[in-house]
Write a protein that binds this ligand. Sequence first.
Ligand code: SAH
Ligand code: SF4
Ligand code: F3S
Length: 469
Amino acid sequence: MELNTIERDDIGAAAEDLVVPPAATRKVFVKTYGCQMNVYDSQRMTDALATDGYAATDAIGEADLVLLNTCHIREKAAEKVYSELGRIRELKAERAKAGREMLVGVAGCVAQAEGAEIIRRSPAVDLVIGPQTYHRLPAVLAKARSGEKIVETDYAVEDKFEHLPQPKRAELIRRAVTAFLTVQEGCDKFCTFCVVPYTRGSEVSRPVAQIVAEAERLADAGVREVTLLGQNVNAWHGRGEDSEEWGLGRLLFRLAEIPGLARLRYTTSHPRDMDDELIAAHRDLPALMPYLHLPVQSGSDRILKAMNRRHMAKDYLTLIDRIRAARNDIALSGDFIVGFPGETEADFEATMQLVEDVNYASAFSFKYSPRPGTPGAEMNDQVPEAVKDERLQRLQALLLKQQQHFGASLVGKTIDTLIEKPGRQAGQKVGRSPWLQPVIVDEKAGEIGDIIRVRITKTGYNSLFAELA
Ligand code: SAH
Ligand code: SF4
Ligand code: F3S
């Protein structure tokens, strides 16, 4: 079906009757689903739209453009988008009655995976744009404003980062003292449950100079903590300033030299790509925070093999030992899937055992969700929903217990905290521990952006309370 021929609107008013607001008075409402990379992408899209005359708004009712940056990782995530589009369709109809146009865009991983299908299912959608093409947003919007329906999901030959505008320093200063920075994108691993290799494309590393320049701009605007992002961030590689091939470890050492940048993190890593240099960075680089998100998914070798993770449970445990030997206060976090096809009670017990062996500071766990186009969805022995539910409950109870133990083990200790923002309650500020927990302090303990020494007094559900040391 030729997309441009799809009827522009099924909601009453003809497109040509609607007032297209002039640039500089237009507003965009962006809603973000999914992972940190989507958060980063939403920011970059907002910046690109700012140069196209769209100011960001938090009020969907006043938006001339509603942009959903979507996630396809599990069925629930993808379906959320369609229920949101149902609500937006009504809003669009109301706006049309009032004589004003509202464009609706779908970006991100659902856009990449489903393309034109989104417009078929939700005719209120005007444009669909993928994660590798969003630098073309201003051009796509120009067409959409003149009444075309656009699907822009072909992988671009050009590097989007070369074409995206950088926000002004004054704008960056207004933002947070922590920031994300994508250094690597896409995935070549093809785990049999996962859509990411299809939605984000193959692995690409951004060049060193681009990354350093972006980190310097952030630091210059007061950012104290940068989290490097990648679907397989530890597979990042590139030609360094010394013309040698660098891995993520070398890159972290380089970024630690930037004045003002006090804290570095990276996520998400694959166990297969943790090399010696990266482990050495955890040993030698004080700016690298002692917290590592290292998903394993399962503790059963049989299931790991069926998932195409390409390592065994004992490889993961050995790796954790090496990382802990390099940095003994490192806290570990992971991702788990329960109910992958063929998972028996014994396989699940192996996962529980691995969790006992590692002792996580935090973790994310999910019921397996069969995804269209992935090998897992075609496998026999899909696990019944009730079994998945029951296993997830057992796993989450164990993980929660470990997380609470970890929090409790910090009470009485003196730690560094980066003050990030005002607290929800008057008189408080919220900081961040080296292990990513929110730390509640008195508002007079320091200014936003300060790193202060605090003593942990007690734990909350997911946070720590502290006083100046
Ligand atoms: N690149 C990361 C993970 C990205 S997706 C890695 O390799 O670990 C984030 C998490 O979502 C995964 O770690 C996995 O636990 C979960 N996930 C991915 N696909 C899933 C699916 N089909 N069903 C349930 N959980 C899934
Ligand atoms: Fe998905 Fe596996 Fe790639 Fe992670 S490594 S993004 S889980 S395919
Ligand atoms: Fe979701 Fe895409 Fe991130 S599928 S988890 S938004 S890479």
